[in-house]
Design a protein around this ligand. Sequence first.
Ligand code: BEZ
Ligand code: FE
Length: 281
Amino acid sequence: MAQFNDEELTKAVINRMQGANDPRLREIMTALVRHLHDFAREVKLSEAEWLAAIDFLTRTGQMCDGKRQEFILLSDTLGLSMLVDALNNKREGRETPSTVLGPFYVPGAPDLPMGADIAANTEGGFKTSVSGRVLNGDGKPIESAVLDVWQTAPNGLYDVQDPQAPEMNLRGRFRTGSDGAYRFWTIKPVSYPVPTDGPVGKMLLALGRHPYRPAHLHFIVTASGFEKLTTHIFVRGDRYLDSDAVFGVKDALMMDFIDDAKSNTAAVACDFVLKRTGQPS
Ligand code: BEZ
Ligand code: FE
């Protein structure tokens, strides 16, 4: 029978995929079709709404290029990125929690000596020292851990968003010595809006949502024998901590940035505790 009512149609599409060679692909696509069809039934999706969704996804794809990833932004603002993070990065005890990567990570940041200033070519901002250690779950220092760091300028833009910014501005990689310690200078991060000039920005507006992220510094910390840690440190007290546009805040990632009036600088201390690879969660 080639004609289906709506329930039979769902079954027919699922049956048609049973020949897929990859069992994981079959599992994912079966669940996707089931949920997608149930979703359309639940909201009684009209043809005009279906077309609007196609148009939205088309514009989202057209917005993507080497420097702009509107689909990651869509995933982030719908909470999907943090759900995938929660499902895959269960950290317990002292281990530093992970959070969203975001669309502005650029591989190949310069390797810098300890104590370097990643904001050396940046105008404005409040000079801030960032330091701490990279540790294992027993509190022992990890040698040769690499911290890949990035953040926005005081105008709230990453270098890749700002044609005036020097390449690789406010980015750097630091490698720990035997004491596991790291330290560098930067400027105090500011809260900033995720890009709003594309379809995701229009979606946020239509949903009555603001686009702001609380002030943060991004880190990817890697070390041989340990799981890669993609995380942030957030500035405690930021007004957007409770309403981050991408749901990325975790209590353990909020840090005190302490201002020192005498030197007119701030300081934040933060240790990163990595999880050994292959350790059960
Ligand atoms: C970021 O923190 O860089 C970011 C994360 C998610 C969406 C947009 C920006
Ligand atoms: Fe960011």
